[in-house]
Design a binder for this molecule. Sequence first.
Ligand code: Z5A
Length: 206
Amino acid sequence: MTVKFISIEGIEGAGKSTQLAFIQKFLAEQGKQLTVTREPGGTALGEQIRSLLLAPSDEAMAVNTELLLMFAARAEHVEKVINPALARGEWVISDRFTDATFAYQGGGRDINQQRITALAEWTLKGLKPDLTLLFDLPVELGQQRVLSRNQGIDRFEQEKVDFFEKVRACYLARAKAEPERIKVIDASQSIADIEVQLSKILLSLL
Ligand code: Z5A
C-alpha cells in the first residue's frame, strides 16, 4: 500500500484543528504510522519563522517578505520532516501546505501565481499532497467561530472580510481545477456530519 501525504486547508475558523484530531485518530485506528505536522512551522526553525509571520503588528509586512518566509519555513519542513517521514513509510498529515500560499499570498495579497509556482518547483521538487481536504465555509461564519474561541488574534486574523473572500475564492478555484486531489468539505455542517464525510473520503484511500 502506498504511503499518503495529506494536507488540510481552509480559511480561518474552518475547523481544521478540530477535524485534524479526528483524521489522526481514524487513520491510527486503521493501523497507519503517522507524522502530523503544520505550516508555517513543523521544525524548530520553522516555528521561529511562524512566530515572525503570525505576530500581530500595526506595520504591514512586505508581501514578498511574507511569501519568502513561507517558503523558507516550507523548505526546512520538506527537507527535515515531510520527506524523511514519507521515506520511513509513514503517512504525513500537514495542517496547511503550498495551496495555502497560492490562496493567501496569491489570492489574498495579489502576488503573481507564476512566481509562487516557480518557488514551489524550486523548493518542493515535485512533492505534492496526494489528498487535500479543503474545509470551506462562508467567511463571516469562520470569523464568528474564531471570535467565539476567545483567544488572541494573529496577524492574518487582523485582516478584513474582503481579504478572506479572495483567499476562499482562490482555494475554491484550485479545487475546481484539481478535483481529484482537492476534496471540498462543507465546513458549515455539524462536526458529526463532517466526520461522516471525512470517513468516506479516508476509507477510499485505504
Ligand atoms: N498562511 C499563509 O498565509 N500562507 C501559507 O503558505 C501558510 C499559512 C502555510 C496560520 O495558519 C496562518 O498562516 C493562517 C494562514 C497563514 N492564517 N489565517 N487565517 P493556522 O492554520 O495556524 O491558523 P488558522 O487558519 O487561523 O487556524 P484556526 O484559526 O486555528 O482555525 P481552524 O483550525 O480551521 O479552526 P478550529 O480551531 O478547529 O475551529 C475554530 C472554532 O470553531 C473552535 O472553537 C471550534 O470548536 C469551532 N468549530 C470547529 N468546527 C466546527 C463546526 N463544524 N461547527 C461549529 N463549530 C465548530
